[in-house]
Design a protein around this ligand. Structure first.
Ligand SMILES: [Zn+2]
Ligand SMILES: [Zn+2]
Length: 468
């Protein structure tokens, strides 16, 4: 970022977006890192399940394959995968993940340990499913030290190709670093038959990218964290293509499902290229994770990740618009520094607010806590470089455009359509930033002293309220 501001021209590499060239791609970059894709085979086509034994054979020489699925994904694709593998001489150990609350499995750390126990003799894992099954198979295989392949059953989220797993552990939703799949099988015949709410969820997850990437940039500008434009570029065009297909997605049209699937797979790869989930997970993901983390205590069942992310994205995109309209001259640095709670008071308030995960949340907040002097410098920087900051946040997409795309596809755009209330939206907006040490637009608004005052305006303007 700093080099760009000083006018030096950096020549960033171009990452291929076709599957054959992306598989195993690696390049060094002026950002100082090597961007690489560890997945060696992408099979993205109608009938791709027929490729599964080649994917397995090309990636390991053993005989014992563990297959993770749930009851539904086993009947959708797992049975065929199992029969194919058996027919070419593999031993298949089936691990059907049991359903929990709401009649579906959950990605908890205990569930990961259960998969590990049941598949400890496997030499390779094939996960057949979507979000939860993918997370369980990915993290269990990583912890067992064996490769895995994913057979996707719904275009419902972007985690198939990422090198992280989203797991509930000790009451906190954690993004745990692990590995990319050795191979990805995305059979468009299977994906097109996915229930519409899962297809809509995929679009909801994807629509957060222009906003989460802005958070990734903002953190680099204000907190000096790592940023590189290359990961975001991989998915930008695909995201726009998928958004343009919103109406066709609502009708489950195969060509639109293909475009969405490809965009989601590229979005997962962008996280691997960045070395973290930052390009695809900003304040909107924290709000969704916060709703998940508070579900059990409220006797609620965790909602759809992508649906929640879509609504939260409308709110955070709208928050960016609220902030952009502020006048930097109206920011009073001395007053803001004086009004800032001490580290001890902040920790105590955060710990008290979050019940069973209060201490963990307080520890997360400490990770992004800066000294009063650094806070003062940050505010002065914001005032001096106000226009530069907004010019740099070039990936931002208007909240109204995001809402329009989601509406066209029939995705939820209000909290009540998620089974949540206006109070959930308010609490998520104000407190979700406390569950993770990542700096996002929610922290930016808090640092400018306007998060609370922004809430009502943002909710009214974004149209996320239930209307009741
Ligand atoms: Zn780079
Ligand atoms: Zn997501």
């Amino acid at each position: 970022m700093k080099n760009e501001k000083s006018g030096n021209t950096l020549h960033y590499p171009t990452v291929p977006t076709d599957w054959d060239n992306l598989a195993g791609f690696s390049t060094s970059c002026p950002c100082g890192r090597v961007h690489s894709i560890d997945t060696r085979q992408f099979s993205v086509r109608a009938g791709a399940i027929q490729d599964v034994h080649q994917c397995v054979a090309g990636r390991f020489r053993g005989k014992s394959v563990g297959m993770v699925a749930d009851e539904r994904t086993y009947s959708i694709a797992g049975k065929s995968v199992s029969e194919l593998l058996l027919s070419v001489g593999y031993d298949v150990i089936r691990c059907i993940v049991p359903d929990g609350a709401g009649g579906r499995p959950h990605a908890t750390f205990d569930a990961v340990l259960d998969v590990e126990r049941r598949l400890h003799t496997a030499e390779f894992i094939v996960a057949v499913g979507s979000g939860t099954v993918n997370d369980l198979g990915k993290l269990a295989s990583y912890r067992l030290g064996i490769p895995y392949a994913i057979v996707a059953t719904a275009p419902s989220m972007n985690g198939y190709t990422s090198a992280v797993a989203a797991i509930m552990k000790d009451g906190l939703k954690k993004t745990i670093p692990c590995h990319q799949p050795a191979a990805v099988v995305a059979d468009l015949d299977v994906l097109c038959k996915a229930p519409l709410p899962l297809i809509q969820a995929g679009l909801g997850d994807l629509e957060s990218k222009p906003v989460s990437t802005a958070d990734f940039m903002l953190s680099a500008m204000l907190r000096g964290t790592y940023f590189c434009p290359v990961p975001g570029q991989v998915v930008a065009e695909a995201e726009a293509l998928a958004a343009a297909c919103a109406l066709e997605l609502s009708e489950g049209k195969p060509e639109a499902v293909k475009v969405l699937t490809e965009a989601l797979l590229l979005s997962g790869c962008s996280m691997k290229l960045a070395g973290s989930s930052s390009p695809a997970s900003g304040g909107e993901h924290l709000i969704s994770h916060y709703w998940d983390m508070t579900a059990a205590a409220e006797n609620r069942i965790e909602g759809s990740h992508g649906a929640q992310v879509g609504v939260a994205t409308i709110a955070t995109a709208s928050l960016y618009e609220f902030l952009r309209k502020l006048s930097p001259d109206a920011l009073h640095v001395d007053n803001l520094v004086a009004a800032r709670p001490s580290a001890a008071n902040e920790s105590a308030a955060v710990a008290a607010r979050h019940g069973t995960f209060g201490d963990l949340a307080a520890a997360e907040m400490q990770k992004k806590r800066i000294s009063d002097q650094a806070y003062r410098q940050e505010l002065q920087y914001v005032i001096s470089y106000w226009d530069v900051i907004w010019e740099t946040l070039s990936t931002l997409k208007p909240a109204a455009a995001i809402r329009n795309v989601l509406q066209q596809a029939g995705c939820p755009v209000t909290v009540d359509a998620l089974g949540l209330t206006d109070a959930h939206l308010r609490r998520g907006f104000l407190y979700a930033r406390e569950i993770r040490g990542r700096f996002t637009v929610l922290d930016f608004a808090a640092d400018l002293g306007v998060l609370e005052t922004a809430a009502s305006r943002v909710f009214a303007e974004s149209g996320c309220l239930s209307g009741r």
